[in-house]
Design a protein around this ligand. Structure first.
Ligand SMILES: *[C@@H]1O[C@H](CO)[C@@H](O)[C@H](O)[C@H]1NC(C)=O
Ligand SMILES: *[C@@H]1O[C@H](CO)[C@@H](O)[C@H](O)[C@H]1NC(C)=O
Ligand SMILES: *[C@@H]1O[C@H](CO)[C@@H](O)[C@H](O)[C@H]1NC(C)=O
Ligand SMILES: *[C@@H]1O[C@H](CO)[C@@H](O)[C@H](O)[C@H]1NC(C)=O
Ligand SMILES: *[C@@H]1O[C@H](CO)[C@@H](O)[C@H](O)[C@H]1NC(C)=O
Length: 195
């Protein structure tokens, strides 16, 4: 066996603590870094989609949950808005929460009935044809988007205020009821920095 050269020995003496410290730092970061809130869609319906005379009186109802999975951080939501889209067109929007504090391991139900403010009837002709076409194919995909500005309370690792978007796909059948394969699905959460 070769004898360890002094250079190799010095390398080991210097690198080993660096490696161990990095590992400790990584584990600390993983355990103390706050997690993003988790959104799940449970219910969504647009009854009356099968009307031939448009959407004048259509009502959209949804039930989405948002959970703070963190054990150590409360989450503050500056305000939380929900919007419903068909393709790129917003068909309705509502402010669901204004300045709200969510406790650790706590789940909040975001549930609302959008009516009156519906603007499906203002979809342009091309969109309208796409919509009618989707409906005859028995699947119409709507998107629910939740936007908020959040921050983690008492976190030393992440003190920023984050612009947050959660996007949920809501596929409905031709009668406007949520299809089983969209039920209880997790929504995608993005952060974009504001400050
Ligand atoms: C919508 O509701 C109003 C009042 O309830 C009613 O007069 C109107 O006919 C309805 N429109 C459609 C398209 O069902
Ligand atoms: C909304 O969904 C949650 C989770 O499935 C459920 O616990 C709650 O009862 C629902 N709310 C209503 C009004 O259905
Ligand atoms: C949710 O938060 C409230 C107030 O912050 C607290 O009283 C309640 O126990 C929490 N619920 C759960 C399930 O942790
Ligand atoms: C939510 O909507 C209200 C009213 O339109 C607006 O003032 C507020 O800035 C919105 N919040 C977010 C986070 O987009
Ligand atoms: C629309 O769907 C509802 C609920 O399934 C049904 O009761 C109604 O008859 C349908 N209307 C038309 C015009 O197909």
């Amino acid at each position: 066996m070769e004898e360890t050269s002094p250079a190799k020995l010095i390398c080991a003496i210097v690198l080993t603590p660096i490696f161990v410290l990095s590992l400790i730092f990584l584990l600390l970061w993983l355990s103390l870094h706050p997690h993003r809130p988790k959104f799940h869609i449970h219910e969504f319906s647009v009854p009356g989609l099968n009307q031939t005379n448009g959407f004048e009186n259509a009502t959209i109802t949804f039930n989405v949950t948002v959970r703070n999975t963190n054990r150590n951080f409360r989450i503050n939501y500056e305000s939380l808005n929900g919007s419903v889209y068909y393709k790129d067109d917003e068909v309705g929007s509502v402010t669901l929460l204004s300045s709200f504090d969510q406790g650790e391991k706590n789940t909040t139900i975001l549930q609302h009935e959008l009516s009156g403010s519906m603007s499906l009837s203002t979809l342009n002709n091309k969109r309208w044809m796409e919509f009618v076409n989707d409906r005859t194919k028995e699947t119409v995909i709507f998107y629910l988007r939740f936007t908020s500005i959040i921050h983690y309370e008492k976190s030393v690792w992440d003190r920023k205020h984050h612009q947050m978007h959660a996007n949920c796909d809501a596929g409905v059948d031709s009668n406007g009821f949520l299809l089983p394969n969209f039920k209880d699905k997790r929504c995608i959460v993005h952060f974009g920095r504001l400050f």
